[in-house]
Design a protein around this ligand. Structure first.
Ligand code: PRP
Length: 170
């Protein structure tokens, strides 16, 4: 049962424009590779990259930890690894939501081994549950409530990803 709208489409669009400007202003010269973490980030990534006014490349990662459950299993699996070269590039990982942060920690460990010039994370939502969050989390859209959120890419059992706003499923 869908409950309250937590972030409406206009609020999301406004914040995504701001994030695009922050990212545009933050990066020096050099190659920027935006790595979208599928599936959850697909809508956010599509909107975000159109607000970044500098050259960039796009690739994707597929990791999964939730399966069909509403609670993170903690068992993060990498199902697709980007084929693009990471060495010497500025890597920007785009996440829809940081919940426990387990997915992100695994990815940061994995990708930092490939000698990128820098690694940063842009997350639309952060529940801020991590006691010691990685310094790589440089761009955050909104602090998220401790609810089960769906819409704008986020799912429950693969449903609701297409909603243009974010709602609380609890
Ligand atoms: C969700 C979400 C984040 C991750 C966050 O992905 O999209 O990527 O979990 O959880 P964590 O911070 O507790 O690790 P999921 O595994 O459900 O895959 P999906 O993106 O395909 O929905």
């Amino acid at each position: 049962m869908l409950q309250n709208v937590v972030f409406d489409a206009e609020t999301i669009a406004r914040r995504v424009r701001e994030l695009g400007k922050e990212i545009t202003d933050a990066y020096p010269e050099g190659e920027l590779l935006v790595l979208g973490l599928l599936k959850g980030s697909f809508i956010f990534l599509g909107d975000l990259v159109r607000q970044i006014e500098r050259p960039l490349q796009i690739d994707f990662l597929v990791a999964s930890s939730y399966g069909t459950e509403k609670i993170s299993s903690g068992n993060v699996r990498l199902l697709y690894d980007p084929v693009t070269r990471l060495e010497g590039k500025h890597i920007l990982i785009v996440e829809d939501i940081i919940d426990t942060g387990k997915t992100l920690r695994v990815l940061l460990d994995l990708l930092s081994e490939r000698a990128p010039s820098s690694i940063a994370v842009c997350a639309l939502l952060d529940k801020e549950l991590m006691a010691d969050p990685p310094t790589e989390i440089r761009f955050v859209g909104f602090k998220a409530p401790k609810a089960f959120l769906v819409g704008y890419g986020l799912d429950h059992s693969e449903e609701y990803r297409h909603l243009p706003y974010i709602v609380d499923l609890d």
